[in-house]
Design a protein around this ligand. Structure first.
Ligand code: ADP
Length: 490
């Protein structure tokens, strides 16, 4: 019986293919690193041809473990969001390097749009801010600066897409130019409640509507691979941007359910149900799911520096040799001795949005050593998350529990500290690859292995570890006061 799910997980630094059984158990995986191109300070590019070649290679490595393509019920794709690929519809070849989500080159254009007073309206319509992070201004930059992109636009052969769109195009040998609603909601070109890309928003950003893909559901019969690729045609039945996929992988499918991913940075998403979110606290509104044409939404807040602070302790200060040592150091002392770190090493993200802020360490004394710094670094994760929790609550979305994942979530001390500072249970799944698991859930439901996404999530989600809050109010208050003072200094 064909009941395996193949997930293609296109991260920023690597591409992976993962084979799941229908109960969510990982059977096999293959991974290849992606080359990062940094042509100038603040610019980050990928080679879309390399993304495709390595995806194909990884897929071909794991498909035999299922017993061949015919044994695969559906493919789920999840991807680094906001990264833009431009290709030619006639040749199927990229026209220029992909501009990666982290790239800041379109800041002058964003500043121009902000200055012209467009931000409030754009935020109301798209849920996003006028920031280089999002895809639309990257498309415009390509049109203005890559002659091949402009020429293809003039000739009517230009195709734009985010990474899942590019992969579907290649997997179907050019038969399908589609994007899923979650990726589309990160472009600045679609209204949160709009069915497709908005001609007015396209006009504002100067992106030709005809170059954009068709916006589709995230689960269902979305496309089918060219039979020549894997030996038989395989349905593509799940598509989602990585943070949406992780939210689904954590089974946050009812309003109020929240996940936080602690990797390089931290991404928090809360399910909003069918109501279009409007943040008063500079949080983002985004599409969480679209199935059968029906959408659910999420509020999103991101913190720029999470695990990268631990990397900094390791690589720049040499306080630890490996990231996990921070846990034993934090446990070795009763408190941080008043040391507080505000990790604004690259500015502050949500809810503060202060690009010019820089990191500070306060409360140093002669008693402060490695352990105090390591502990303060981990404490900063709970402090930053607490600030987000306040902002979410301010938008009417208080969290009941927090479901965590990402590389840093392996740190038990940090997980307990989160529970203590937030004053709520923190849950961590045994299988922490929630992004891939979410794509597998979408694909499994889309292939008809389960009646709907909720049943897929229930059946495929593994066991959980729960951290219950234990801290006294006095200690929590002392921490909050200490953090507020340090934040002011930053
Ligand atoms: P990304 O997906 O952004 O590359 P990962 O989810 O792989 O990140 O997480 C890696 C990050 O988590 C690194 O920045 C690392 O410093 C941090 N990290 C990993 N394990 C631990 C740990 N046990 N304690 C604290 N930080 C950790």
């Amino acid at each position: 019986m064909s009941d395996y799910i193949l997930v293609l997980d296109e991260g920023t630094t690597s591409t992976r293919a993962m084979l799941f059984a229908s109960d969510g158990v990982l059977i096999a995986s293959a991974q290849e690193e992606l080359t990062q191109h940094y042509p100038q300070s603040g610019w980050v590019e990928h080679d879309a041809a390399e993304i495709w070649d390595k995806t194909l290679a990884c897929a071909n490595e794991v498909i035999p473990k299922a017993g061949g393509a015919a044994m695969i019920a559906g493919i789920g794709i999840t991807n680094q969001r906001e990264t833009v690929v431009a290709w030619d519809k006639e040749t199927g070849e990229p026209l220029t390097r992909a501009i990666v989500w982290q790239d800041r080159r379109t800041e002058p254009f964003c500043a121009e749009l902000r200055k012209a007073g467009h931000e409030a309206d754009v935020q109301k319509r798209t849920g996003l801010l006028l920031d280089p992070y999002f895809s639309g201004t990257k498309m415009r930059w390509m049109l203005d600066n890559a002659p091949a992109v402009r020429a293809a636009a003039d000739a009517g052969t230009l195709a734009f897409g985010t990474v899942e769109s590019w992969l579907v195009y290649k997997l179907t040998s050019g038969a399908q130019h589609i994007t899923d609603a979650s990726n589309a909601s990160r472009t600045l070109l679609m209204e949160l409640g709009g069915a497709g890309f908005d001609t007015g928003l396209c006009g504002l950003l100067g992106v030709p509507h005809e170059a954009l893909p068709q916006v589709t559901d995230m689960s269902g019969s979305l496309a089918e691979t060219d039979a020549a690729l894997f030996g038989s045609a395989v349905p593509i039945t799940g598509l989602a941007g990585d943070q949406q996929a992780a939210t689904i992988g954590q089974a946050c499918l009812s309003p109020g359910e929240t996940k936080a991913t602690y990797g390089t940075g931290a991404f928090v998403l809360t399910n909003q149900g069918g109501t279009i979110p409007h943040s008063e606290n500079r949080l983002l509104g985004t599409v969480l799911t679209q199935i059968g044409g029906k959408r659910t939404y999420a509020i999103e807040g991101s913190v720029f520096v999470a695990g990268s602070l631990v990397q900094w302790l390791r690589d720049s200060l040499g306080i630890v040799e490996v990231a996990s040592e921070t846990e034993a150091l934090a446990r070795s002392i009763p408190d941080s001795g008043g040391v507080t770190i505000v990790p604004a090493l690259s500015g502050l993200g949500a809810p503060h949005w202060r690009a010019e802020a820089r990191g500070v360490i306060t409360g140093l004394s002669f008693a402060s050593g490695k352990a105090e710094l390591a502990r303060a670094a981990l404490e900063a994760m709970a402090h930053q998350t607490h600030d987000l929790a306040q902002a979410f609550a301010g938008d009417g979305t208080a969290w009941g529990t927090l479901r965590i994942d990402g590389g840093m979530a392996a740190n038990d001390w940090m997980a307990q500290d989160l529970a203590d500072m937030l004053g709520m249970p923190v849950e961590r799944p045994g299988f922490v690859e929630t992004t891939a698991l979410g794509a597998a859930m979408l694909a499994a439901a889309g292939a008809g292995l389960y009646p709907d996404l909720k049943s897929a999530a229930e059946a495929m989600r593994g066991t959980l570890t729960t951290f219950e809050p234990k801290m006294t109010d006095d200690v929590r208050q002392e921490r909050l006061v200490r953090w507020a003072k340090a934040l002011n200094a930053a």
